[in-house]
Design a protein around this ligand. Structure first.
Ligand SMILES: Nc1ncnc2c1ncn2[C@@H]1O[C@H](COP(=O)(O)OP(=O)(O)O)[C@@H](O)[C@H]1O
Ligand SMILES: [Mg+2]
Length: 498
């Protein structure tokens, strides 16, 4: 039995089967803390949704006002402190007798004790898994939060918060947990599309070094010889049906020759077709010319190299400058991973997509939304094949509603933008107003988990990471100083050289 922290009282409209108030003292409780009490149905677990303080010496405005008028402190005349108390307002979450959880349908009796549930109760009630991922501690309780890999990832995860709230940190912690799993425990492959080169620290950490592969986005070559017309229409949104038909014809001709070929070969093939409508020919050649040939090569890299059980591949896109190239790369890798997994050619994987709102964009020009379709397809169908997504975004508003609503677990950290808050409230069922309100007050590293990984929204502090953090966000002063020092060093070197 947990420690007693208060007693249930009657108010105008409580206790009911779901709303309960109890008297306690401020130092014993916190908002969002879990409590338990007994009812005729068994033990009920609830959460403190709000707290109110009361004191009878201050409930008569006229006497408070009168005393202050004559310059007298109420607390000098009366033992006010001793009469202060706190009322905790609890929402009942479920009747819980060790295993079965059901909705409470009867109120508790006034006068019943309210207790602090012990760790084991909380773990099982909230659906934590013994062999799960240790990502942090439950706020106000210190209980270790261990979430199941299947529960978190199978039906996709969204990590949402404003910049600097701790998204990348949280995702790094999740990846650390994945990399620590044994074969027996089941270990999916992880691929992270790292827009700012923030994950490379994994390769600098002893624990993970031999489980990590870093691929430079700017060196990644898309193999032209293995691309079909559907790939080209992915990269070149807006191609007409007639253009697709001619392109398909040209590719078939090249395939018949049996040699690897590049974009330029396709262009030459089209130009050599004397029967093709000239306008169509010109348009098609110009479309293909748009594809930056640096990114494409005859044979290129295989995405299968990116996915190995229990290992992490980091696609470091920080040196890629062109938006369009990033779109092409994300679309291509996502599409190939999904198709290959559907054909059972590669292990189950989790694809972590940073800046997801830039790739699965709800609206905007088609060129900026190249990856939207494939991301939405994985979101809808991936769970059947063991193809999971983790969408990471600081602008949930801009993220495809289809993709976001398929993410059945969400880790939400500090968010203050009211539009983003509203959007999150709409897309995830488990979040109530009070929880949304709490999101605005979270500190860096504090998070709320909702959805299929937990029985009830859970607030926690994300643990420290083991992998080293890439120091990218140095202070402006430091950057400015380093720049000038670098200049001086260079000019000294130059002088010495002369
Ligand atoms: N749980 C945490 N514990 C300690 N430091 C954290 C935690 N979460 C984030 N931080 C720190 O806060 C800063 C911003 O975190 P980051 O994950 O980069 O935010 P985001 O990706 O949301 O912009 C980083 O320096 C990081 O080390
Ligand atoms: Mg980040």
């Amino acid at each position: 039995m947990g420690k007693t922290i208060g007693r249930i009282i009657t108010t105008m409209d409580t206790p009911t089967p779901t709303e309960v108030a109890f008297v306690t003292h401020e130092e014993m409780v916190d908002k969002n803390q879990y409590v338990e009490f007994d009812t005729t149905q068994g033990r009920v677990i609830g959460i403190i949704k709000d707290m109110v303080k009361a004191n009878k010496y201050f409930d008569q405005p006229e006497s408070v006002s009168q005393l202050s008028r004559i310059g007298e402190e109420v607390s000098n005349r009366f033992p006010t402190k001793e009469w202060e108390y706190t009322v905790g307002k609890v929402r009942s979450l479920g009747v819980y007798n060790g295993e079965i959880v059901k909705r409470p349908t009867k109120p508790p009796a006034p006068g019943e004790q309210v207790r602090e549930p012990d760790n084991d109760t909380l773990k099982t009630f909230l659906n934590f898994k013994e062999d799960g991922m240790k990502i942090g501690e439950l706020e106000h309780h210190g209980t270790e939060v261990k979430l199941g890999v299947t529960e978190v990832f199978q039906k996709h995860l969204a990590v949402l918060a404003q910049t600097g709230a701790g998204k990348t940190h949280t995702v790094s912690v999740l990846i650390e947990e994945l990399l620590s799993r044994t074969k027996e425990e089941g270990r999916p492959a992880a691929v992270v599309m790292d827009l700012h080169g923030e994950y490379a620290g994994f390769a600098d950490t002893n624990e993970y070094r031999n489980k990590v592969k870093v691929v430079k986005g700017e060196n990644y070559k898309i193999p032209v010889s293995s691309l079909g017309v559907s790939d080209f229409s992915l990269f070149l949104p807006g191609m007409s049906k007639a253009q697709e038909r001619e392109l398909s014809h040209a590719i078939a001709m090249l395939k018949r020759e049996g040699n690897p070929y590049a974009i330029q070969d396709i262009i030459n093939q089209i130009l050599s077709d004397k029967e093709m409508n000239e306008k169509l020919q010109g348009a098609l050649v110009s479309w293909l010319g748009h594809l930056d040939s640096e990114m494409f090569s005859e044979t290129g890299s295989s995405v299968s190299e990116l996915v190995k059980p229990g290992k992490l591949s980091i696609v470091d896109m920080s040196k890629m400058i062109k938006q369009k190239e990033k779109q092409v790369l994300v679309s291509y890798i996502s599409e190939r991973l999904f198709t290959k997994r559907r054909n059972r050619e590669i292990p189950p994987f989790i694809l972590f997509l940073e800046e997801a709102h830039n790739f699965a964009k709800e609206s905007g020009e088609s060129e900026t939304r190249m990856a939207k379709n494939i991301v939405e397809t994985i979101a809808r169908e991936g769970r059947k094949f063991g193809a999971s997504l983790c969408l990471i975004s600081q602008r949930p508003m801009k993220l495809s509603t289809t993709a976001l609503s398929q993410c059945s677990t969400q880790v939400v950290m500090r968010i203050t933008n009211p539009h983003d808050l509203q959007h999150i409230g709409k897309t995830s069922e488990g979040i109530d107003e009070a929880s949304l309100d709490t999101l605005t007050t979270l500190q860096v590293g504090e998070a709320m988990v909702t959805g299929s990984a937990v029985r009830n929204p859970v607030f926690l502090k994300i643990r420290q990471r083991i992998s080293s953090e890439r120091d990218l966000g140095k202070d402006l002063e430091v950057q400015a100083k380093e720049y000038e020092e670098e200049l001086e060093r260079k000019s000294k070197d130059a002088e010495a050289f002369m």
